[in-house]
Ligand binder design. Sequence first.
Ligand code: SF4
Length: 344
Amino acid sequence: MKINLLGKTLEQLQQLCADEGLPKFTAKQICDWLYVKQVCDINLMTNLSLKARARLSEIAYIGRHAPINCQVSTDGTKKYLFECPSTVTSQTQYVESVFIPDGNRGTLCVSCQMGCKMGCKFCVTGQQGFHGSLSAAEILNQIFSIPEFHLLTNIVYMGMGEPMDNLDNVLCSTQVLTAPWGLAWSPHRITVSTVGIIPGLQRFLNESGCHVAVSLHNPFAQERLSIMPMQKAYPIADVVSLLRRYDWSGQRRISFEYTMFRGLNDDTRHAAELVRLLKGLYCRVNLIRFHSSPDTPYRTATPLSMERFRDYLNAHGITCTIRASRGEDIMAACGLLAGTKSEE
Ligand code: SF4
């Protein structure tokens, strides 16, 4: 089977060159063609010797492929659909990425898995089961293959899947984005979300400088467990204890995502407990309006309850904002990514 060069780190390419008897500096040249010049054909790597190009073409390819569909929201948000072979079943699966333009900012929300194992009750992706993890190449392809690549200022790993459940590939992709031999982006342009899988999160905190967003959604253990099964293995109190061991007073940011459901997590009791849980931790809380989907028993919190909740947190020393909803009309908003071809 041919090797996909996309997503390979400098170190991995150096190993490949050594295995093939190619000079070590060829690896750096390949990185430049892959990530800076972004060619899609090995024969276009013109500063490689003819012999090197011929050998590489025999054993490798560049796994770039364009999205197969794009839906455009009335607010300018675009949802792209990519084909991916499932690593669990033999069927082709689909993943989605969402481009969110906002003035000078261009944010891309990428997926890291086909479906998700976490089973959060309110999430369309979570209700679809798990069909495999994306390779680093498949994660990066979502970034490199959209027409808006040159408009991107930020990447958020908040699409389909749990990044800490596919950590090797997520770390490999963030390394390509931030390394000097890759895109050389600041890690502070990248945010990786998690429900709080503690071993993965700890490794991520140690090995990456990217921002982290923890999906919190309810500060009470039993109530959180009723909507997020992973609370049983990794209680949010333990996740917060881990985060307290790191310094968040510099440029690296920790934020907590809090989707608001009417009557479930939107009153002062919850706000007070959230303040107690996060007290003294340098962080911010983002309130997200729940986007109702067919067949869900959950309801959207009222704008007034969200404003009261935000004001309570801010008054008690926790920076809190209400995040604007984007792309709801094309099912591109938080928790709505389904990765189904039938949406075309
Ligand atoms: Fe998975 Fe995130 Fe959905 Fe939970 S909210 S099921 S972690 S995609």
